[in-house]
Design a protein around this ligand. Structure first.
Ligand code: SF4
Ligand code: F3S
Length: 106
């Protein structure tokens, strides 16, 4: 499966959503997650993310491991998003900032 990681938080560019053939993205207030049961590993979303926040679970950096669980858990409760929308207003400012995980709104 593919996994959305920390750098999506407070950016939420949503370019990833437009290319996914199976609508596996789910949307929260300031983050998106991928439903691991729906993802078909097509790889299309990974290069689309301007924040480089999407990884294959096989390439997931060690410090982003907790996002496996976060994607699985929140995809159960957040609604599907299937069309691109505007990024969050301060997306550029937050892109690349470290320690954003505590800012994830559920
Ligand atoms: Fe969707 Fe493909 Fe990305 Fe999986 S790898 S989330 S199927 S675009
Ligand atoms: Fe997030 Fe990147 Fe998609 S910032 S919303 S994973 S395009």
């Amino acid at each position: 499966t593919f996994v959305v990681t920390e750098n999506c938080i407070k950016c939420k560019y949503t370019d990833c959503v437009d290319v996914c053939p199976v609508d596996c993205f789910h949307e929260g207030p300031n983050f998106l997650v991928i439903d691991p049961d729906e993802c078909i590993d097509c790889t299309l979303c990974e290069p689309e993310c301007p924040a480089e926040a999407i990884f294959s679970e096989d390439d997931l950096p060690d410090e982003q491991m907790e996002f496996l669980q976060i994607n699985e858990e929140l995809s159960r409760v957040w609604p599907v998003i299937s069309e691109k929308k505007d990024a969050l207003p301060d997306a550029e400012e937050w892109d690349g900032k470290s320690n954003k995980t505590p800012l994830l709104e559920r």
